[in-house]
Design a protein around this ligand. Sequence first.
Ligand code: SF4
Length: 94
Amino acid sequence: MNHMSVPEKLSINKYELDDGHPHIEVHTEICNTICKTKACLFVCPANVYSEQEGKIVADWAGCLECGTCRAACPTDALQWEYPRGGFGVIYRYG
Ligand code: SF4
């Protein structure tokens, strides 16, 4: 177990999905008008964000709840909160 790489350690996380309640919402109208950096595409360690057909999309199910995107977004375009109790990432190692 000690010789596992970071991706290997992350791969054994468990996620309890709260399907009706995404904990991240992207206000794409802000991204598309005033955001120049699209920092979320580069800072997320779980690659939650992608740009699809000109819109920033958050695949929030794989979120590690680190909060990096929230801090990095220069335009407050992300509505981010922790998942409700009992949901979200469950770390199994590290
Ligand atoms: Fe990615 Fe961390 Fe933001 Fe989750 S909180 S989307 S893992 S940067």
